[in-house]
Design a protein. Structure first.
Length: 315
């Protein structure tokens, strides 16, 4: 029994390696059929039932190259979008309302606002926010079209990744590994020696590692296929970016307008600075009113004393 058990485990190991190395059905079929007769012979010898996968007869639906007719495509959609807005708070509320209306959620968010000093200096219009949204894939295109309601969209890029072949190949390998695990568990019940039990447990451990890895990959793909990811960068601006290329005259006009705006901002900031410095100027002026007369009196006394000393020396 020990020799037959070792032979069967070696054959199972060969089938496992061949199944993981190829994603095509034909490539997996050849190594699976080789040990089929010996597997069946061993099962008949010990009275064990053979499953289709363990016997080397895999159903066509389990083949990695055979895609099911119902909902075969496994495509992951994602996008990066930049939105400019002149009404930051309102745009944030609209974005949250859109996400709720499409049955999605915010996976992560980051909001950058002006601090108190910046607000007091008039720089509060430079806020921004970054959101990673999860939206049902069936509503992905609709949401992308609705982002123009938030403001101007100067940048938008959509990514697609087709994981159909990899998904069904992983699914087929998971089916094969699960069948092999069931077969090994049956053998475990029939094992009569400690070395046989240890050898089978080692193979079961290897199979379970592969099974858990494939299950994790399939769950991750299912989540990404079912819910698309949209990265939205919301930026507060004074004016929207032009939608088309501007002429040279428009560039000159915009440069002049920006220059005039900069001059206006300079005098506004200067006025804010002066107003902020008024308390300090008032204290300095008060000190000057007190110290200047005192300084003059002290200086006059020093001059009088020096004059008296000089007159005494002359006498």
């Amino acid at each position: 029994m020990k020799k037959a058990l070792s032979l069967f485990l070696a054959l199972l190991c060969m089938a496992l390696c061949a199944c993981g190395a190829s994603s095509a059905a034909k490539d997996r079929a050849a190594p699976a059929e080789a040990p089929a007769a010996e597997n069946a012979e061993y099962a008949a010898e010990y009275g064990l039932a053979m499953t289709d996968s363990a016997a080397g007869n895999r159903p066509e639906s389990a083949s990695g190259s055979e895609v099911p007719s119902e909902d075969p495509s496994k495509i992951i959609y994602s996008a990066d979008v930049t939105v400019e807005t002149t009404e930051f708070d309102s745009s944030v509320e609209k974005l949250m309302a859109l996400v709720d209306s499409y049955g999605g959620w915010v996976e992560s968010s980051s909001v950058n606002g002006a601090d108190f000093y910046s607000r007091s200096q008039g720089y509060a219009s430079r806020r921004s926010a970054d959101y990673l949204l999860r939206i049902p894939s069936v509503s992905f295109e609709t949401l992308m079209g609705s982002l123009t309601e938030l403001g101007n969209v100067p940048y938008s890029h959509t990514y697609t990744e087709n994981v159909t072949a990899r998904y069904y190949d992983a699914q087929a390998r998971l089916t094969a590994y699960t069948a092999q695990e069931a077969r090994l568990l049956e053998m475990m019940e029939k094992a009569q020696t400690v070395p046989d039990v240890i050898a089978i447990e080692e193979k079961i451990t290897e199979l379970r590692y592969q099974i858990e890895s494939l299950q994790s990959s399939l769950k991750n793909w299912d989540r990404q296929v079912t819910y698309s990811s949209v990265n939205v960068s919301l930026q507060e601006v004074r004016e929207y970016s032009p939608e088309s290329e501007i002429s040279y005259g428009q560039r000159l006009w915009l440069a002049l307008k920006d220059g005039l705006a900069s001059v206006g901002d300079f005098f506004k900031d200067l006025l804010v600075f002066l107003v902020g410095a008024l308390p300090a100027l008032a204290v300095l002026s008060l000190l000057a009113l007190i110290l200047v007369p005192v300084g003059k009196k002290l200086s006059a006394r020093r001059k009088a004393r020096k004059q008296a000393e000089k007159e005494n020396q002359d006498k």
